[in-house]
Design a protein around this ligand. Structure first.
Ligand code: C2E
Ligand code: MG
Ligand code: MG
Length: 621
């Protein structure tokens, strides 16, 4: 006889499950789900329950958690992975079922009698509730009672609600896994990326670890020519072939990372002295010199190698990489196809950097900085929702410079704070002038804040004073910070962000998806908006992998109640895809290029752009 449940007590069951499931992440999900199952077994008076996920790529159902845990299970567990093809019909339903099914012995029929006889009096009731996400059946929540059991409609409603929470947890964890993989690997080659390399070097260079740690910095000579003459596709394939060859040419436990376009770093697993490291570089260099055939063209590219050694406890990862980089510059400067071992006199900085550094000193007073503005658009209506200030530098001899070429230099010579202050003041002044002319009163001003700036003493006070001076309400200003700063010093960040919230400004995470570590803090930080990095948006509509990520980020924003803005919308396909999945706010060249101040004011006065695609597009509910 099933327990009688009031609507209220069932609501409590769902709320209790929701509270537990909110804490689930990739590392603890199985345990959290198990504990929810245990609660459900108790409340509903059941004998067994389980959650299984579908892996449609191999057409199988995978056990995630069960309660009670079966004992004496052989290894491998025969029901750990079940392929739908071989599964019994009841099980196979879990592949595509969209609504709950209860399998109950039918007392009224002869079958029931037969069933009882066949099973020696043993009957059971199975309730299977599918997990469904974006119309795909992603798994099943199942309950077993070793007796006939009637499931009341309100009980089914309750477990359906729990199944939908489970589907959300599943989507969130999948997003987390995917972002983590992406965060540590290079798309093109599958090698480790810069972040993974730095993490490994940090480990290897910790005090007390064996040393010296050798770093071999490899740089393909003249790859640019392949890109220029054969196209980027050929360049990419060449890089991939090079990466494979590099993997084959090194011992299994070496760490190989792609550091940038045509730059690779190899870290041998055991300590090497300078002579050993140099001879390893020589070996690699000759292995990598073989021909590669691309589109019928036989290509050879030589490689320059820079070698540097780091001493655990003395050198940092960035010291070591900087030295290896300087060594490779020297090798290239000597005509390429060379090996150079780092020495102190290489510490000269490149001419460009020197020049930037020299001029940057006086730039802030000289009025050579200007702001351009990138509108943020509601793609359903064309309405201008916000305007992002982007700094540019009118360089005396090099023309208009973009921030990527000078913000890093400014940071390294302690000018970032001053530059950032100028941006905040100049943008607030201009925005407030527009508003005084009745323009942009509903729009938000977005400002990029560099990591150094965010954690600098007095930053919050300055922001508060500036918005007050220009009569701007806090919520009409949004500060954009990058993920790396959030994570590098989480405690300071937490305090600073909380203080900024007191001031009333909004906070956005810029370039979201390029670093995963912020995910685990999202719940606890006062963030309003995520901006999906343009690298995921650019090829939407043609790249299924990117779509999966963007959908995951959309689900994530949904789960945490955050606003979402897509960056870098360049094509109609990308715009359509985003809207189909419920992301309506975007920036990108398709909608507008960055504009000079006057043009931005004019656009804000018009309030909307003319959409570059036939509106309205179908949107998600
Ligand atoms: P961000 O904040 O992610 O800004 C967006 C960048 O993407 C801008 O480049 C913008 O011009 C570019 N962009 C927008 N739509 C598209 C598109 O459809 N395709 C492509 N390929 N690019 C698009 P920009 O102005 O060169 O700025 C680069 C980065 O420099 C910014 O990235 C931001 O992180 C930083 N930055 C800009 N202004 C400031 C500033 O005042 N202070 C600080 N600390 N950083 C700034
Ligand atoms: Mg930004
Ligand atoms: Mg960005």
């Amino acid at each position: 006889m099933p327990l009688e449940h009031g609507r209220r007590s069932l609501d409590l069951v769902v709320t209790a499950a929701a509270t537990k499931l909110m804490t689930a992440n990739t590392t603890n999900a199985a345990v959290v789900i198990q504990s929810v199952l245990a609660d459900l077994v108790e409340v509903f008076g059941l004998d067994h329950s389980f959650v299984r996920y579908n892996d449609h790529s191999i057409r199988a159902s995978i056990l995630v958690a069960e309660w009670p845990v079966r004992t004496g299970v052989p290894d491998p567990d025969p029901i750990g992975i079940v392929y739908f093809e071989d599964a019994d019909p009841v099980f196979a339903l879990a592949e595509h079922a969209k609504s709950p099914v209860v399998f109950r012995p039918e007392p009224a029929t002869d079958d029931y009698q037969k069933l009882i006889e066949d099973s020696g009096g043993f009957v059971s009731t199975l309730a299977a509730v599918p997990l469904v996400s974006a119309d795909v059946t992603t798994g099943v929540l199942g309950f077993v009672k070793f007796a006939d059991r009637e499931w009341q409609p309100q009980e089914i409603n309750a477990v359906e609600a729990i199944a939908s929470l489970l589907a959300q947890v599943q989507a969130r964890c999948a997003a987390e896994d995917q972002l983590r993989y992406l965060a540590e690997h290079d798309d093109l080659t599958g090698l480790h990326n810069r972040r993974a390399l730095l993490a490994e070097l940090d480990r290897r260079l910790a005090a007390g670890r064996p040393g010296p740690v050798a770093a071999l910095f490899l740089d393909l000579d003249r790859l640019k020519a392949i890109n220029d003459y054969l196209g980027h596709n050929a360049g990419d394939r060449f890089i991939r072939a090079f990466a494979e060859r590099l993997e084959r040419g090194t011992a299994d436990d070496y760490l190989i990372a792609r550091f940038g376009g045509d730059e690779f770093v190899v870290i041998p697993s055991s300590p090497l002295d300078a002579t050993q490291a140099e001879s390893l570089a020589g070996e690699l260099q000759s292995k990598l010199r073989e021909r590669v055939s691309i589109d019928g063209e036989t290509l050879t590219r030589t490689v320059s190698v820079g070698v540097a050694l780091g001493v655990p406890g003395r050198d940092t990862s960035s010291d070591l990489l900087r030295k290896a980089d300087q060594a490779v510059l020297t090798a290239k400067g000597a005509g390429g196809n060379k090996i150079a071992v780092f020495s102190e006199d290489m510490s000269l900085r490149s001419a460009f950097r020197n020049d930037i550094e020299l001029h940057l000193q006086g730039v802030i007073e000289s009025g050579a900085l200007v702001l351009h503005y990138l509108p943020e658009i509601d793609m359903r209506t064309g309405e201008v929702l916000a305007t992002e200030a982007l700094v540019r530098w009118e360089h005396p001899t090099r023309g208009l410079l973009f921030p990527d070429s000078f913000i890093g230099v400014a940071e390294s010579i302690n000018l970032a704070g001053e530059l950032g202050r100028w941006v905040v003041r100049a943008a607030c002044a201009e925005f407030s002038a527009w508003r005084s002319r009745g323009v942009g009163t509903n729009a938000v001003l977005r400002l990029n804040v560099s990591p150094v700036q965010l954690v600098a003493e007095g930053f919050v006070r300055e922001v508060a004073a500036t918005i007050e001076e220009f009569g701007l309400a806090g919520e009409s200003v949004c500060l954009e910070i990058t993920e790396s700063v959030v994570v590098s010093d989480i405690e300071t960040t937490r305090i600073t962000l909380a203080a900024l919230k007191e001031v009333g400004v909004q906070i956005a995470i810029d370039d979201f998806g390029t670093g995963y570590s912020v995910l685990s803090h999202l719940k606890s930080l006062p963030v309003d908006t995520l901006k999906i990095d343009k690298s995921f948006v650019r090829d939407l509509g043609t790249n299924a992998g990117d779509l999966a990520i963007v959908r995951a980020v959309i689900a994530l924003a949904d789960a945490f109640g955050l606003e979402l803005v897509a960056e870098g919308v360049e094509t109609e396909a990308a715009a359509r895809t985003l809207m189909q999945h419920g992301c309506h706010r975007a920036q990108g060249y398709l909608l507008s290029r960055p504009l000079e101040g006057a043009a931005m004011e004019a656009l804000l006065a018009k309030r909307r752009i003319v959409l570059p695609f036939p509106a309205p597009l179908p949107t998600a509910p």
